[in-house]
Each structure stands twice: as structure tokens, then as C-alpha cells.
Design a protein around this ligand. Structure first.
Ligand SMILES: C[S@@+](CC[C@H](N)C(=O)[O-])C[C@H]1O[C@@H](n2cnc3c(N)ncnc32)[C@H](O)[C@@H]1O
Length: 400
């Protein structure tokens, strides 16, 4: 193997991240800390193979011996895993990397918060494409816990004009995804934009809605792919929108309106949008809100329009219980209270909640642009290579 083949097995270093105008600056030590956590994440992902071994050699045989039967579901697997020393150590380290990542991001952001707030204020000044509404409160299901250990969730403001939550989010995604979503952390959005252009060349959306946009990183590639479209990016959190709008301005993307609103109560007329996109949004919704939001998205989409949802894979019956249990880790130990329930649902059933018909259902994989060693690989619509490329599950439907 060549030197570059070996180094390609390591995660990219933090200097590969794209430093746009809003991006928090990092000192040498802060960069080193991010690199350490990225590598620890990568290491934990690699040694998670030991969990499979523990499952096959200890956890499953012990359960079978004690109960005279095999596991019935992922919940039983997770319960049994709790007593396994390998799982305990791996899980504790994984939780710690998440806490360290947020601590590292927060310390980077808070020491320059006034500068970041000022930059955002300047980039946002006089722009009608940022529409904040102080009446909007983050829904209880999105704010009752610090989602994925993120201090203050998506909504907390610690001073006037605060962007700290958004800046922390932006600075740390590279670390949690081990650089797998590209230098601009927008691999999911790039992959979806390319997939839609490749698969549906005649589809020319005029109005696009992105719900739960956070800092809008994944909607910008879509807006860039359809520069003549009017794009509305909605979120309930003011600090992420303030940051996201300023970030978009620094990229020169001007066709996205960042709107603070509750997706459950958007007052767009029926059939207003040609394309509605959600990215890593559904798994953070309570069971009640998912039903209502799906029905609203179905209402706001025009007949012939497209609804696409990017998520981690659903737990289909052909996914083995070990894999389901490992994927449930986020729910049990990373403050993602609705993750397990949502991923246990049939994706077609979710679409039916919005009035979509089974015969219009679609599902495909989209690959995110990623950094491999020193090379940034282009996004691919479909990839068979599970190597270091982030694969996203996309499901959705045309509205009839
Ligand atoms: C996991 S993040 C989405 C991430 C982002 N779309 C991406 O591309 O990675 C979920 C976002 O949905 C927002 N959210 C949740 N419920 C909402 C609601 N009812 N109305 C508006 N925003 C909501 C949260 O504030 C949060 O920013």
C-alpha cells in the first residue's frame, strides 16, 4: 500500500474544515483538542467491533442460558448489555467524547462570543431574509433535555443577539462525524441536491421548504443547486437562525429566508411548496408532533411535489437485533429521547401520516462529500462503498 492508503484510514484533521467568515477561530491547542476528540470518536467506532464479539460470545449465550430462549427485541439486548464490561467501557467513553466535544466547542465559542455576535449582526443587518419572532418558543419535546448533550439545546440565548449555540454546532459537527460530512459539514445536503438533480432532471422546484434547518448547512447546497428557487428554512431556535443566516451571507447565498417559526403552525397556504426537505429532523420529534407535522407537510406540498427525509436507517425487520441495539445507543445514553421510537417506525407509515400513498414511496442512499486524507471527494448520488464515505438514507414520496 502507498503512504496515502494508510493515512486515508485516519480521520481528516481539523485544518481541513472550511473557515468561512462566521466560523469560530481556534488556537493551536483548541485545534489539537478537536483533533484528539475526532480520533477518539474514530477509534471508538473501530473498536465497536468488540461489542459484536461480546454480544456473540457472552451477552447472547448468557441470556439464552438464563431465559431458555433468544432475544425478542432490541430492548432486551440493551438491558443485557448493561452488565457487560466491554460495553460499559465503550459506552462510557463514547458518552465522554460527546461531553468533551461540547465542552471543547463551548470554550472555543464563549471566549470570542462578542466578536461572533458582532459579525453576525453586521452580516444580518438590514436583510429581510432573516425573520425572527420572539413569540416563538422551542417546543417542549425539543427543549426539555439538552439534545445530544448540547448545552442549551438549539434555543438558549445567553446574551442579546447571541449566536453561541449555532457557532458551537458548526464548530463541532466535523468532530462528531469524524470529518465524514465534508469541509462545509453539508455533505447530506450536497448528496440530496445531486441525487434529486440526477434522478429527476425535469423537476424544477420554484418554492422549497426546509424544516428544522438549525444553521441551514444542509439547505445551502439545495439552494445553490436551484438558485432561482425561493427557499424557506424554518427553525424554532433564534440563535441557530441568526448564525445560519450570517453563515449563508458569508457564502454569498441569498435565496434562503431563515424563518423562526413552529413547523406545527406555519401559515403557508395549501400546496405552496414544490419540494419539502427534512434532514435529521424526524428523530427529534415526539410521537404526537411527528403525526401533526407530517400532516402539515403533506398539506403545504403541491400535488406533484416532492417530500424527502434524510435520516439514519429505520430498524427494518431484516436489521439484526445487535445492530438495532447499537443504533439505539443515542436514545439511551446521548439524550435523544425519541430516536428509538422513530427509528422503530415503518417509513411508509410515516409518509402515510402526511397523506402520501404507498405507490409513490421512494427510498435511496445518497453519499456525502467527504475528506479523505488530503483529498476532498465529490458527492456521489449512490455509493456501494461504505468506507469513509457518509451514506445517508433518504426516503420520501411524490404527492399525487
Ligand atoms: C437535529 S436538528 C436538524 C438538523 C439539520 N436539519 C441538519 O441538516 O443537520 C433539529 C432541528 O429542528 C428544530 N425543531 C424541532 N421541532 C421544531 C418545530 N416544531 N418547529 C421548528 N423547528 C423545530 C430544532 O430547533 C433543531 O434545530
Amino acid at each position: 500500500m502507498k503512504d496515502s492508503d494508510y493515512s486515508a484510514q485516519l480521520p481528516p484533521t481539523y485544518d481541513k474544515v472550511h473557515r468561512h467568515e462566521m466560523f469560530p477561530e481556534t488556537t493551536h491547542d483548541e485545534t489539537a483538542r478537536f483533533n484528539f476528540i475526532t480520533n477518539l470518536n474514530q477509534h471508538l467506532s473501530t473498536v465497536s467491533a468488540g461489542n459484536r464479539l461480546a454480544y456473540e460470545k457472552r451477552v447472547r449465550p448468557d441470556f439464552q442460558k438464563e431465559n431458555g430462549r433468544d432475544f425478542n427485541n432490541r430492548h432486551e439486548v440493551n438491558q443485557a448489555f448493561k452488565s457487560d464490561p466491554y460495553w460499559q467501557t465503550w459506552s462510557a467513553l463514547r458518552r465522554n467524547t460527546m461531553e468533551m466535544r461540547h465542552q471543547a466547542g463551548r470554550s472555543v465559542v464563549l471566549r470570542q462570543i462578542n466578536t461572533l455576535n458582532k459579525k453576525a449582526e453586521q452580516l444580518n443587518a438590514g436583510k429581510s431574509t432573516l425573520q425572527l419572532n420572539p413569540e416563538i418558543k422551542s417546543p417542549r419535546y425539543a427543549s426539555a433535555v439538552d439534545i445530544h448533550c448540547q448545552p442549551g439545546g438549539y434555543h438558549t440565548e445567553i446574551c442579546e443577539g447571541d449566536v453561541s449555540v449555532g457557532a458551537n454546532y458548526d464548530s463541532g459537527i466535523f468532530v462528531t462525524t469524524t470529518g465524514g460530512v465534508g469541509p462545509m459539514i453539508d455533505g447530506g445536503g450536497r448528496a440530496v441536491a445531486k441525487a434529486v438533480q440526477d434522478k429527476f432532471p425535469d423537476f424544477k422546484p420554484k418554492r422549497i421548504l426546509d424544516v428544522g434547518c438549525t444553521i441551514g448547512h444542509n439547505v445551502l447546497p439545495i439552494a445553490q443547486a436551484y438558485p432561482d428557487a425561493e427557499v424557506i428554512a424554518v427553525d424554532a431556535g433564534a440563535p441557530v437562525l441568526r448564525y445560519g443566516h450570517a453563515r449563508a451571507q458569508s457564502f454569498g447565498v441569498n435565496n434562503v429566508t431563515f424563518l423562526q417559526a413552529d413547523v406545527e403552525n406555519l401559515d403557508y397556504e395549501d400546496g405552496y411548496f414544490d419540494w419539502i426537505q427534512t434532514t435529521m429532523f424526524l428523530h427529534e420529534l415526539s410521537s404526537k408532533s411527528i403525526r401533526h407535522i407530517m400532516s402539515e407537510l403533506g398539506r403545504m406540498l403541491k400535488p406533484g411535489g416532492l417530500l424527502l427525509q434524510v435520516e439514519q436507517p429505520q430498524y427494518t425487520p431484516d436489521m439484526d437485533l445487535f445492530e438495532q441495539a447499537i443504533r439505539d445507543w443515542d436514545c439511551l445514553y446521548n439524550n435523544e429521547p425519541f430516536w428509538s421510537k422513530m427509528h422503530g417506525m415503518d417509513a411508509k407509515k410515516i409518509m402515510r401520516m402526511g397523506g402520501f400513498k404507498n405507490e409513490n414511496y421512494m427510498e435511496f442512499k445518497a453519499a456525502a462529500e467527504t475528506i479523505d486524507g488530503d483529498v476532498t471527494k465529490p458527492a456521489k448520488a449512490v455509493s456501494e462503498d461504505h468506507g469513509r464515505e457518509a451514506l445517508w438514507t433518504v426516503f420520501g414520496a411524490w404527492k399525487s
